[in-house]
Every structure is written in C-alpha cells, then in structure tokens.
Design a binder for this molecule. Structure first.
Ligand code: HEM
Ligand SMILES: *[C@@H]1O[C@H](CO)[C@@H](O)[C@H](O)[C@H]1NC(C)=O
Ligand SMILES: *[C@@H]1O[C@H](CO)[C@@H](O)[C@H](O)[C@H]1NC(C)=O
Ligand SMILES: *[C@@H]1O[C@H](CO)[C@@H](O)[C@H](O)[C@H]1NC(C)=O
Ligand SMILES: *[C@@H]1O[C@H](CO)[C@@H](O)[C@H](O)[C@H]1NC(C)=O
Ligand SMILES: *[C@@H]1O[C@H](CO)[C@@H](O)[C@H](O)[C@H]1NC(C)=O
Length: 340
C-alpha cells in the first residue's frame, strides 16, 4: 500500500473535521495497528516494515554473513505459534503462547529471540503480542513480493505455555498430518501451507545440525544456512517448481539424513499431485498461500473475535484547530490521503 500525505486544502480540512472519529479508525483500540499496517513507506512511515524491507534484510545484526532473514523468521514464528492449535477444543492458535515455549526443542532456532526482541517495542496497552505476530507475517509476505493479506486484529495473548506439538523434521508423516489436522489443516492444505512458508528462508546448520551438515558453514555463511529454493528472498512458487523438477536443494528434501527429510515425506504423500499444481501456476500459488496463511493467522482460541483493519482513506494525524481572538483559524498536523 502506498498512502501519501498531501498539502492541506480546504476540502481536506473539511474532510478531516468530519473524519475526527476516523482519526481513531476503526476505534481507539486499533488506531496504532492501522498506522503500522498502512504507513509502511513515505512520510510518517512506521519502523515496523523497515525490519523486513527489503525482503532479505536481517534487522538483528549488521553483518550479512549470518545469512539470516528477518521476514523468514517472522513467518516461522507465526507458524510455530499456530501449529499447536486444537480447533476442536478451541485452544491455541495465534495467541503468543510461543513466548513461553521458545526454549522447547521443537522451537529450535534464532528466529524466536530475534523476533521477540524486535516486536516487544510495538506491543502496548492496545496492541497484543499476538496481533503483532500476525502483522509480522502480513508485512513479510508483502515485502517479499507475495500477496497482500487482509489483516484482522483483536487477538488475546496467552498467559502461560500451551500444548507441545510443532512438527519437527524427523517426525513421521502420520504424526505430522495428525498435528496439522488438529489445527484445522487437511493433508492437501498442509502441503500447500508448508510450501508457502518454505518459499523464503533457510535451514541452518546452527539450530539444525542433523539436517544441514558442517560443510555449509563458511566465512560468508556463518550459520550454515541453505535456502529452500533458489529465490530464498522472494515469495514465489519456485519452491514447488524445483521440487517437481528434481533440482531442489531444500535440505528438508535432500538432507544427508533421510529421517530429517520432512518436506519430501509431506510433499510426496499424495504422489506429488499438490506440488505439481503449485509448480504449474504462480497465481494459484499466490491465492492458495493467501487463503491458507490468512486461515493460519486467524486461528484463535474460542471466544476471541477479530476485526478487519481496513485502511482509512482520509486520516488526520495529530490534527489541532485553534481559533485566536481575531477569529483566525490555524490548522496544525497532517492528513494522510490514500492514493489507491
Ligand atoms: C511439516 C511441517 C514443517 C516442518 C517440519 C518445518 C521445519 C522447518 C525447519 C527445520 C526449518 C529451519 C529453521 C532454521 O534453520 O532456522 C524451517 C524453516 C522455515 N519454516 Fe518450516 N517447517 C514446517 C512447516 C512450515 C510452515 C507451515 C511454515 C509457514 C507457513 C513454515 C515456515 C518456515 C520459514 C519461513 C522458515 C525459514 C526460517 C528462516 O530462514 O529463518 N514452516 N522449517
Ligand atoms: C552493529 O555494529 C556495531 C559496531 O560494530 C556494534 O556495536 C553493534 O553491537 C552491532 N549491532 C548488532 C545488533 O550486532
Ligand atoms: C539422523 O537423525 C536422527 C534423528 O532423527 C539421529 O538419531 C541420527 O543420529 C541422525 N543421523 C546422522 C547420520 O546424523
Ligand atoms: C566470501 O566472499 C568473498 C567475496 O565475495 C569471496 O572472495 C570469498 O571467496 C568467499 N569465501 C568463501 C569461504 O566462500
Ligand atoms: C516426487 O518428487 C520427488 C522430488 O522431485 C521425487 O524424489 C519423488 O520420486 C517423486 N515421487 C513420485 C511418486 O513421483
Ligand atoms: C504525530 O505526533 C507524534 C508525537 O509527537 C509524532 O511522533 C508523529 O511523527 C506525528 N505524526 C505526524 C504525521 O506528524
């Protein structure tokens, strides 16, 4: 989205006056999130999107030699928070219970502390941690060239750890599919959602030494990361094309350790039928990833209801109107006018 702030005209001023309620659109509770969602570039841009701009940026270190990517980390954190949802029981999902769970072996990796350290400044009285986790994935996918997701907010944070059960690379297919099913995801959709996640980012020797060997580590790749497709910082269907063509370097397909080939077991569980459809159509990949990632982000404990955050077209920011004794009206502040 590319909103812009334009010079104040009388028309805009009138619109602003009429829109004062809109200054807190859709409510005071969601004004801050609307700003994070919409003001991604230009004047009054928030710093949230900067962390994932460009897609390959790594915000937690100066060095590019770690091979780590913030947008990929944010998506992975959202998946791990979601993965232990039990939709039948109405528990888990996007509830930020991951902050109590990230030291579990099933949540191995630098993604968790890195993301939490960045996000904590955005969490506040009106903004839950789980809404920030979800926004992180919306921002990351958009920055990496994927579809623009509709963002909804209103998630409520857990106050304690939840269930175990994030799929691991050496888990058998039956158990993995059972975990996805518990979270409301069918076999076909599990294949798709995993391909959607693994289109960006890497498997790192650091964190997953049983998947990626020491040979991946060198002075330019200090964590020994191997991308899961050759466009590791683009949200595209290359992950499926290379898999189907048999040229993939995805460690979760090709690992020296057969027991760690979780993507191969999952992707081939329907004789590669689903991966073939994704490989054939980039628009199908985008639309299915949009559908399933939205489902993932909007899976919340029962009793939690979400509100769609739609960008307001004309949004006054810090607007004050003062009238002096001579009757002169002075406007200060800014008005954001959507260019779409
Ligand atoms: C069977 C299911 C899955 C398994 C076993 C699995 C396992 C893994 C492993 C071992 C890594 C490497 C992490 C690292 O080295 O830092 C990884 C990376 C990643 N996974 Fe998954 N994953 C699964 C499904 C998903 C799903 C459904 C998503 C999102 C929708 C997802 C998103 C990601 C992302 C974005 C990365 C890259 C992280 C980075 O580069 O820092 N994964 N996955
Ligand atoms: C970035 O580099 C500076 C100077 O070398 C260092 O002081 C700082 O700790 C580094 N930041 C991170 C996040 O590593
Ligand atoms: C392969 O992974 C399994 C765990 O799934 C581990 O027990 C085994 O030692 C690993 N093999 C090698 C050669 O690293
Ligand atoms: C690291 O990158 C530099 C600059 O591109 C290159 O000259 C060097 O050979 C690389 N080192 C390794 C171990 O790949
Ligand atoms: C599915 O694709 C993988 C990766 O290209 C290949 O190794 C496997 O043999 C294929 N399986 C079937 C049943 O076609
Ligand atoms: C609104 O006021 C806040 C606090 O003074 C400031 O940080 C922000 O940049 C202002 N926004 C605009 C668009 O002037």
């Amino acid at each position: 989205m590319s909103p812009s702030l334009s010079a104040v005209s009388l028309t805009a001023l009138v619109a602003a006056a009429q829109g004062v309620r809109g200054a807190y659109y859709p409510s005071a509770k969601y004004a801050a999130l609307e700003h994070l969602l919409v003001d991604s570039t230009g004047h009054n841009a928030n710093t949230f999107y900067k962390a994932v701009t460009p897609c390959g940026n790594y915000v937690s270190e100066n060095s590019t030699k770690t091979g780590r990517v913030t947008s990929a980390q944010w998506m992975r954190v959202a998946f791990h928070d979601f993965a232990t949802a039990d939709v039948a029981a109405g528990t888990g999902g996007l509830d930020a219970s991951i902050v109590f769970e990230y030291t579990r072996p099933e949540n191995s990796g630098q993604a968790f502390p890195d993301s939490f350290n960045y996000w904590k400044y955005y969490v506040g009285a009106q903004t839950s941690f789980s809404d920030i986790i979800a926004l992180g994935t919306v921002a990351a996918i958009s920055s990496c060239g994927g579809p623009q997701l509709v963002y909804s907010a209103g998630r409520i944070d857990a106050t304690a750890a939840g269930q175990f059960g994030v799929p691991e690379p050496d888990e058998g297919l039956t158990d993995t599919l059972a975990r996805f099913a518990g979270a409301g995801i069918s076999q076909t959709d599990a294949i798709k959602l995993t391909a959607c996640g693994h289109t960006v980012g890497s498997v790192h020797h650091a964190g997953f030494p049983l998947v990626v060997g020491t040979d991946a580590v060198n002075a330019n790749n200090t964590q020994g990361g191997i991308n899961m497709d050759t466009t590791g910082t683009t949200y595209d269907n290359r992950i499926a094309q290379e898999y189907v063509a048999g040229t993939t370097k995805n460690p979760l397909v090709t690992s020296f350790n057969v027991s760690q080939r979780s993507d191969l077991r999952l992707f081939s569980s329907d004789n590669n039928a689903t991966m073939s459809t994704l490989a054939e159509s980039s628009s199908l990949f985008a639309s299915e990833c949009k559908r399933l990632t939205t489902q993932m982000l909007n899976t919340v404990p029962s009793g939690v209801s979400l509100t769609e955050i739609t960008p307001i077209a004309v949004k006054p920011v810090n607007v004050t109107l003062t009238v002096n004794s001579a009757g002169t009206v002075t406007f200060s502040g800014a008005i954001r006018v959507s260019s779409e």
